[in-house]
Structure formats: C-alpha cells, structure tokens
Design a protein around this ligand. Structure first.
Ligand code: NI
Length: 250
C-alpha cells in the first residue's frame, strides 16, 4: 500500500493494526555512461514497494535526492547537503510519529546516504524527545536496510559478475533498473570494460579525476533485466524478513 494513494481514514485504520512504515530512499546522481541518473531511487522504490506488498505495509513516497556531493562534477547529478538530508529525515519521521507510527524502515539504494542516515536517526530521536508533544515518541525507532548489502543480492552479484561488480554504477543496480524500466537499456561502449577502482573519495572534482566516466570498478554492460528480476526477488525476500523482525522487536 502506498501512503500517497491512501485516504486519511485508511491510514488511521492501518494504524490500528500496525505501527510500521517503509521509507524508500535513493539518490539522483550519475551512474556512468550507461546508467540512469535516478538508478538509486528507482531501485530503492521498486524494492520498497515489493516489501510493502509482501508484508502488507505502508510505503511512503521516495526520498529521491540523497547525499551525493561527490558526484556533482557530472551533469544532472543532484545532492542534498548532509545537514539538509538530516533535516528531511527528521521532518518525515516526526510528521509520521505524530500519527502514531513507531517503526521506520528505510530501504536505501545509495552507499553515500548511509553515514548521514545514521546521524539523522540519532538527531531525530533527540528532536522528538525534546519536542515532548509526540505521544509514544520514546518508542520511535529507525532502521537502515541497504538492499545491495543483503546476503542474497551480494552473493548473486558475486556469482554473476565477480570482480566486474565494482562499487558504483554496478551491474547489479543497473540490472534492477532494466527490470523495472526496460527502455533504460543503453548500448554504449565502455572503455576500459571494467572501470578503475581503489582511489579514495574526496570532493566532486577529485572524484571525476579518479573515475573519469563515473563508474567505480564496475562493468555495467553485463546487466540484464533478467538479472534484475533475480536481484529484486532476493532483496524483497530478505528485506521482508528483516522488516517483520524489526516490527517484532520488543
Ligand atoms: Ni547507485
């Protein structure tokens, strides 16, 4: 169920049987010469909706722009500053907590969001406590679930792509976008086939210098829609279990 397709009485009824909600979060940033700029948001949204269907949970709109400052030297990339993303997370969670939501399951598609999300969760707990006006505010819990770090997705990437998986503009994430939106397939020659890897990430200009076409250690031309369906299935299965366990925590 999508929160934005529900009416308020439907959400009120949902809250009588569940206090959990799923928030997809991605990024809007370059994914090499073949990957859509919305890759991380597309993957997180599709997988979050799959988990929502499997667990009969509400899914919020997607936080589509994340923390991607290091990608800004490539056209089309957008980023929130870490403090902006922290404020967004705090405001989304606080809004929903006022209605009685207590368990917030963030399904994330972008490694660059992880540190900021953890910081945002700490800030949000404190902000809700300080506010003192959110009933049940002390029961609010946020969980970060990265679909690409699920055991199933990780193993599948290793089997299908080995060292060509890399760490950015990976064939696994591109495969999920092809499963979700087949027209996103592009035939563009990649040189070298496997992108360079191993250099640290600093600012946007240094990133482009180290990774000239935007990929990091990957060969996304190996991605297929069929692979994407397998990644989707593995991630939805595992994250559905994680979500149920999160709700069942005392
Ligand atoms: Ni990505």
């Amino acid at each position: 169920m999508l929160l934005h397709h529900c009416t308020w009485p439907e959400v009120e009824a949902y809250l009588t049987r569940s206090r959990g909600i799923i928030i997809p979060i991605g990024s809007t940033e370059q994914h090499g010469p073949t990957g859509a700029i919305g890759t991380d948001a597309i993957c997180a949204e599709a997988i979050a909706r799959g988990v929502g269907e499997a667990t009969d949970a509400l899914v919020t709109p997607t936080i589509s722009v994340g923390m991607a400052l290091h990608h800004l030297a490539f056209a089309g990339s957008m980023s929130l500053r870490p403090e902006t993303l922290m404020a967004v997370v705090q405001d989304w969670v606080t809004s929903l907590a006022r209605h009685g939501f207590e368990r917030f399951f963030f399904i994330n598609g972008h490694g660059g969001n992880m540190a900021t999300l953890k910081a945002a969760f700490a800030q949000t707990y404190q902000a809700i406590a300080d506010l003192g006006t959110v009933p049940g505010g002390d029961r609010v819990r946020c969980r970060l679930a990265n679909w690409y770090m699920t055991r199933g997705a990780y193993q599948l990437a290793k089997e299908l792509y080995g060292d060509a998986e890399g760490s950015h503009a990976t064939p696994s994430e591109i495969a999920v976008t092809l499963f979700v939106h087949p027209p996103l397939k592009r035939e563009v020659p990649l040189e070298p086939a496997i992108a360079p890897s191993g250099r640290a990430i600093y600012g946007a200009a240094a990133f482009r210098q180290a990774y000239p076409d935007g990929r990091m250690g990957s060969n996304p031309s190996l991605a297929t829609a069929d692979h994407g369906q397998q990644f989707y299935g593995a991630a939805v299965r595992e994250l559905s279990e994680s979500y149920r366990a999160f709700l069942a925590e005392p």
